[in-house]
Design a binder for this molecule. Structure first.
Ligand code: KIV
Length: 265
């Protein structure tokens, strides 16, 4: 199968073919997901919460994302790998953004980066695209702005807030973004943005009208036991299966049922 490119994604939107996106953080999972047909592997800064044990995404560093992007690129077979730029890795200056984002392509093997934000980052997006670094935008409930929003809350509910999201989406497209994540906004707003943009929109908690969908892979696989957000659909429940397997192993070790002659040289 052909490797997925930013232009291929645009053509998928034109053909009304939906785009499947998942987060991914390691080489083994990257191989499984890309071979299963996922078009974009997003090395999300959700890494901080789902893999590194932080309470928010804010502590995630450029080195964290770079190391996991390298692993995902090594396991990937055909998906487009997108590195999610961590908090304060692209806001300080255009040149700092260029250096940090450039590392994701040069050293990480990513084909693109994702930046949270709207009007405040347009100059940076333009400069990155002009330098050859494809940019995915991210609007709505952008987790790096958690403290500005006062919590993980649906965005764009008022007509003024909705207008700002539409204006930011159009501005990001004009600045050269190749696609746009819409997180936790009302479905009708996501529908409007999707209709008014030529670039594909990727929804999470934004209803069924986006050009594609993204989920955190650990949520889809049911790898944790806590409460999931409403927008999550679990396609497997691996946490209890893992517990059961490990309990069986512990029991076997303690009762000398493992290893046996069959496992010995
Ligand atoms: O970090 C992340 O996982 C994300 C997606 C959920 C969009 O930004």
């Amino acid at each position: 199968m052909e490797p997925v490119t930013t232009t291929a994604l645009r053509r998928m939107k034109e053909r009304a073919e939906k785009i499947a996106v998942l987060t991914c953080y390691d080489a083994t999972t990257a191989r499984l997901l890309s071979e299963a047909g996922v078009e974009i592997l997003l090395v999300g800064d959700s890494l901080g919460m789902v893999k590194l044990g932080y309470p928010t995404t804010l502590p995630v560093t450029v080195e964290d994302i770079l190391r996991h992007t390298q692993a995902v690129s090594r396991g990937n077979t055909r998906a487009l790998v997108v590195a999610d730029m961590p908090f304060l890795s692209f806001q300080l200056s255009v040149s700092e953004a260029m250096r940090n984002c450039g590392r994701m392509l040069k050293e990480g093997g990513a084909a693109a980066v994702k930046l949270e934000g709207g009007h405040g980052i347009l100059e940076t997006v333009e400069a990155l695209v002009a330098a050859g670094i494809p940019v995915m935008g991210h609007l709505g409930m952008t987790p790096q702005s958690l403290h500005v929003f006062g919590g993980y809350k649906v965005q764009g509910r008022s007509s003024a807030a909705a207008r700002r999201i539409v204006a930011d989406a159009k501005a990001l497209e004009r600045a050269g973004a190749f696609s746009l994540v819409l997180e936790c906004i009302p479905p009708q707003l996501a529908k409007q943005v999707t209709r008014e943009l030529a670039i594909p929109t990727i929804g999470i908690g934004a209803g069924p009208f986006c050009d594609g969908q993204v989920l955190v892979v650990d949520d889809l696989l049911g790898l944790h036991t806590g409460v999931s957000p409403k927008f999550v659909k679990q396609y497997a429940h691996l946490a209890p299966q893992i517990s059961q397997a490990v309990r069986a192993y512990v029991r076997d070790v303690k009762t000398s049922r493992f290893p046996t002659a069959a496992h010995s040289y």
